[in-house]
Design a binder for this molecule. Structure first.
Ligand SMILES: *[C@@H]1O[C@H](CO)[C@@H](O)[C@H](O)[C@H]1NC(C)=O
Ligand SMILES: *[C@@H]1O[C@H](CO)[C@@H](O)[C@H](O)[C@H]1NC(C)=O
Ligand SMILES: *[C@@H]1O[C@H](CO)[C@@H](O)[C@H](O)[C@H]1NC(C)=O
Length: 279
């Protein structure tokens, strides 16, 4: 029995708190479609030519390693609100001493732009930045209730799962018609191109202050917890039908916004000469 516990933990832990890899890849690709030539060169240099959708997954790959344990709290902000009646984030109450997704966005955005930091650390912060711009747009990454839905048992098209995984992975995968074993990069690229083609607006996003913008984006995601995610009791329901159909526009919108906002920030950064000085 003891023998099985570590295996179980290793299998279950990576599921907690993160858009699935398809969502993160799509956000990274969508941002790259919006990049200026300077942003393309800048990100390629800091990522050593690594595929940007692969770079987006780094924070999930390392968060359970002891040497990156300090980064685990950065993937979410667990609002202690009371959905579905009252939603809202309070930084003092909800951002842990170790940090949260809002403070991590501020930290890593500043580090990526810092010409005095060695290239290695700026590249690592760029991977965190890409990832957390994604996480802050997942409604259940901004909610404490039932550990962000991890403790809400539901099913999805007949398979037992939990509400958090439904939002992280099962809704995006179904929407993108992606099955395990398919080409995930291709599915993400196709989704990103569709979002890009349908959204030619200029990138007029919140730009003043990364901590303020991060809080604004987290609050936008958190509002969906009350208006949709937990609006009705979903315990033990199958969410693959009507619930899925109602969720798709929200997921599409939030993945789209995450990619656009990420691009807007990187484009603004690379428009400034100092950020482009790379040691
Ligand atoms: C935010 O939370 C802190 C700590 O719990 C509390 O003192 C403060 O009144 C809250 N602010 C608002 C606007 O509710
Ligand atoms: C900012 O990120 C660096 C690198 O990951 C980390 O060492 C530092 O503790 C972070 N600072 C804050 C305030 O989160
Ligand atoms: C394109 O965007 C519009 C407005 O946001 C939306 O109503 C429509 O469903 C989108 N179409 C696709 C194919 O995503």
């Amino acid at each position: 029995m003891l023998f099985f516990i570590p295996i179980l933990l290793v299998t279950l832990l990576p599921q907690i708190h993160a858009w699935g890899s398809l969502g993160h890849r799509t956000i990274a690709y969508l941002a790259s479609l919006h990049f200026t030539p300077a942003s393309n060169r800048f990100t390629n240099t800091l990522l050593h030519g690594q595929d940007i959708s692969e770079a987006a997954l780094f924070p999930d790959k390392v968060r359970h390693m002891p040497q990156f344990a300090y980064s685990a709290a950065w993937h979410f902000i667990d609002a202690q609100d009371s959905p579905p009646h009252q939603c809202g984030i309070n930084m003092t109450r909800d951002c842990l001493a170790e940090g949260c997704v809002v403070s991590a966005i501020a930290n890593h955005t500043a580090r990526v732009a810092d010409p005095h930091l060695p290239r290695f650390y700026r590249g690592q912060s760029l991977r965190f930045m890409i990832h957390f711009f994604g996480d802050v747009h997942q409604p259940l990454h901004t909610e404490a209730e039932d550990r962000g839905g991890n403790e809400v048992s539901v099913s999805f098209d007949g398979h037992a799962t939990n509400l958090h995984s439904v939002w992280d992975t099962l809704i995006p995968n179904k929407y993108a018609a992606y099955d395990h074993g398919d080409d995930e990069l291709l599915a993400a690229w196709t989704w990103a191109q569709r979002l890009y083609a349908n959204d030619s607006r200029s990138l007029d996003e919140c730009m003043d202050d990364a901590a303020e913008c991060g809080l604004e984006w987290a609050s936008e995601a958190n509002a969906y917890v009350c208006s949709y995610v937990l609006a009705k009791d979903v315990h033990d329901q199958d969410l693959g039908g009507k619930y899925y159909e109602g969720a798709v526009p929200i997921v599409d919108e939030m993945v789209g916004k995450a990619g656009r906002r990420l691009a807007a920030w990187i484009n603004a950064m690379t428009a400034s000469a100092s950020a482009l000085e790379i040691e």
